[in-house]
Design a protein. Structure first.
Length: 485
């Protein structure tokens, strides 16, 4: 369980001052990340005449899903660096620098080269930043502090402020002056975030500057050899065509599955993990699977629902064509509006609030309802015929599920974490997101406007069933959590 070794002043809406810096840094990072991602799919499949690369839609959606999954897969590398080399605070700083380099590459390098270099840097940097930022937020609070879930909700609100504004501005630039200007704005946003983080580093917990499990020279040498061999293997597979854009999402998904199994095995078998900590890791297993199911549906807003918005939704607004990328701002808008409400409700309820397993069941169940609504909309056939308000309604249901699972999941990963593997436990939560994101890209291959009722209906029913199973398992899971709610 992550604990802080010091008491921080309550200087930010009743929370430690460091929360303001971390929430602000994540706000700018999400501004750049979602601003870029909102136009990335269209950049890949729009024709060359429209400023894009002309890749077919299923392959383009698979690339976006694989990239998104790789971002969260990279939390493993970031958490390893934080736990074994630099500590969370310095790892976050270096990761932010790498993200900035990636956005600049997307903005200035043309064609596939810019996409390859840019997405690689952003994926690695975002993975390092996400795992460490969450760890540092958890370190702001003492064990048992009831403000923790509320603090993560505020942190999550900061994330979504950036995610709200980013797609609006990059989408507007893309529509009027071109894709590379949109990517350039994302780079500017990340630069602001890096400056802000640097200025506020003094307010972060001292525990964030400590390397929890430092490596000796022999272990570091073995790790470097393993990394070099791994990179060489990937290069060979790409050059020989074993890994290609058309199967990238599937490959990334299986890599994530293997990494998740290995990481769970490490935590469950480590001599540095005691009996209670091991039981808590076991408690996280079913919630990991529920989280995966949730994200496999939720992340389709960047793949299937992005295609849906561009082709099926009526984008005409009094003679002006609304950029389809703007629908990426609907979900963060309602998160910003509802996050304070959820934070207040959880704080007000205190010990009476639903336990974390129940919140997970509610979250994935809400996603099932949203997909059933999409299935009903599928009976309306034709291009540009669906009211944008109906898609907005679906995305609002997304938010209700998200607020039950995502910020709570981040908080849970810090509460259940073994002391020796704090950042890597957070990385496990992001691995569930990674697996769901890459699957969301792979599922785009099966999406067809003519079979929408079946596509959305089957996925919605599976999600609701998953929520019911989690609800039934809640008593057993809570026993394994050993007092953690």
């Amino acid at each position: 369980m992550t604990t802080s070794t010091e008491v921080k002043p309550k200087g930010f809406f009743g929370h430690p001052r460091g929360l303001a810096n971390l929430a602000g840094t994540e706000m700018w990072e999400r501004f750049s990340y979602y601003g870029m991602q909102a136009i990335l799919l269209y950049y890949l499949y729009f024709t060359v005449e429209e400023g894009g690369l002309g890749i077919d839609k299923p392959t383009a959606a698979g690339v976006v899903g694989a990239y998104g999954g790789s971002v969260y897969l990279a939390t493993i590398a970031g958490s390893w660096v934080a736990d074994r080399l630099f500590g969370p605070e310095r790892t976050l700083f270096y990761s932010a620098v790498l993200i900035l380099i990636g956005h600049v590459a997307l903005a200035v390098l043309p064609g596939v080269a810019g996409v390859a270099v840019g997405l690689l840097c952003v994926a690695l940097g975002s993975g390092g930043l996400k795992a460490t930022a969450t760890t540092l937020v958890g370190a702001l609070y003492e064990s048992g502090d009831e403000r923790r879930d509320a603090g993560f909700s505020i942190f999550y609100m900061g994330i979504n402020l950036g995610a709200l504004v980013g797609p609006l501005l990059t989408g507007l630039l893309q529509e009027n002056v071109g894709f590379h200007y949109g990517f350039g704005l994302a780079a500017v946003g990340m630069a602001f975030g890096l400056v802000q983080y640097t200025l506020g580093r003094r307010n972060l917990p001292e525990s964030g500057r400590v390397v929890p499990n430092p490596m000796d020279r022999a272990a570091l040498t073995r790790a470097l050899v393993f990394i070099v061999l791994g990179v060489a293997a990937v290069v060979v597979l790409v050059v020989t065509g074993v890994i290609a854009p058309s199967n990238l999402a599937t490959v990334v998904t299986w890599v994530i599955v293997v990494v998740a199994v290995v990481l769970f095995a490490v935590l469950l078998s480590s001599k540095r993990v005691d009996r209670v900590e091991r039981q808590r890791v076991w408690a996280f297993v079913p919630m990991f699977l529920v989280s995966f199911g949730f994200w496999a549906l939720f992340q389709q807003q960047f793949t299937v629902l992005a295609i849906y918005a561009e082709s099926r939704v009526d984008l005409d607004l009094w003679g002006w064509s609304v950029p389809p990328s703007w629908f990426n701002s609907v979900e963060p808008l309602f998160v910003v509006l509802l996050a304070p409400v959820f934070a207040a409700v959880w704080t007000r309820l205190g010990e009476r609030q639903p336990s974390t397993p129940v919140k997970f069941a509610m979250g994935v169940g809400a996603m099932g309802v949203a997909f059933l609504v999409m299935a009903a909309l599928g009976f309306t056939r034709g291009e540009h015929v669906v009211s944008p308000l109906l898609l907005v309604l679906v995305l609002v249901i997304f938010v209700l599920g998200e607020m039950c699972l995502s910020p709570v999941g981040l908080s849970l990963s810090t509460k259940l974490a073994p002391r020796a593997y704090t950042a890597q436990m957070v990385a496990l939560f992001y691995l569930s997101l990674a697996m769901g994101t890459s699957v969301a890209g792979a599922l785009a291959e099966y999406y067809d406007p003519d079979s929408e009722p079946a596509y959305f209906g089957i996925l919605g029913a599976v999600a609701i069933a998953l929520g019911l199973i989690m609800a039934v398992l809640t008593p057993a899971v809570r026993r394994l959590m050993n007092g953690v709610r």
